[in-house]
Design a protein around this ligand. Structure first.
Ligand SMILES: Cc1cc2nc3c(=O)[nH]c(=O)nc-3n(C[C@H](O)[C@H](O)[C@H](O)COP(=O)(O)O)c2cc1C
Length: 181
């Protein structure tokens, strides 16, 4: 696919077969593509956690337990326990949050760019992808589960799987561009 096709074809799509495996080598390749993002000061601030198989369910249990202890309604807890099993791979993209405020901001920008590289790579390889959010209140539980230090923030949770349906394409408003010459 040429670049326009890949960029326009990427959709936030969770219509995947949760049992059709995505090879580890392909996920590792996508993570390698992620690292080709621009990165001011070359801090390489990202790290990744890949959950597949039973780990997806254990992750949901860990987050659900924290939500339950915090008094979340049963329905929400039940959803947390099951939602990460919806795709064969769940990838967590973390950023190391050290340095001054500018460095932290730029490192997070770089990691978001890395995540987009990964999503576009997934699209080019025919995978569906979905950038989801994890509520801030559950980040500690996610950190503990993944074994990352407290100074890491979660930038993205990405579901990956082989598509079983097409997601609607949200139209893009025409961007405002100011041309100065
Ligand atoms: C930082 C970030 C967090 C997101 N979190 C969620 C989310 O929690 N749930 C969700 O349905 N989509 C989430 N999305 C995906 C957007 O909803 C999606 O990109 C948007 O609807 C446009 O659709 P498209 O990606 O198919 O073009 C997130 C996207 C970003 C960049």
């Amino acid at each position: 696919m040429v670049v326009d096709q890949v960029i326009r074809a990427r959709r936030t799509n969770l219509q995947v077969d949760p049992d059709e495996e995505v090879p580890d080598e392909l996920v590792a390749h996508l993570v390698d593509l992620a690292t080709w993002a621009p990165n001011h000061k070359r801090t390489w601030p990202w790290r990744f956690t890949v959950l597949s198989g039973d780990a997806r369910w254990r992750f949901g249990e860990a987050l659900g337990a924290v939500a339950a202890a915090d008094g979340a309604p049963d329905e929400k807890v039940a959803k947390l326990r099951s939602k990460y099993g919806r795709s064969p791979v769940v990838l967590l993209a973390w950023v190391r949050g050290d340095g001054d405020a500018v460095r932290r901001r730029e490192d997070r920008d770089a990691t978001a760019a890395a995540v987009q590289n990964l999503l576009l790579g997934a699209t080019a390889f025919g995978l569906a992808s979905y950038w989801g959010s994890v509520p801030d209140a559950l980040w500690d539980a996610a950190r503990r589960f993944a074994g990352v230090d407290d100074d890491h923030d979660l930038v993205a949770l990405v579901y990956l799987g082989w598509p079983r349906g097409l997601a609607a394409t949200p139209p893009r408003p025409v961007p405002e561009i100011t041309w100065l010459a």
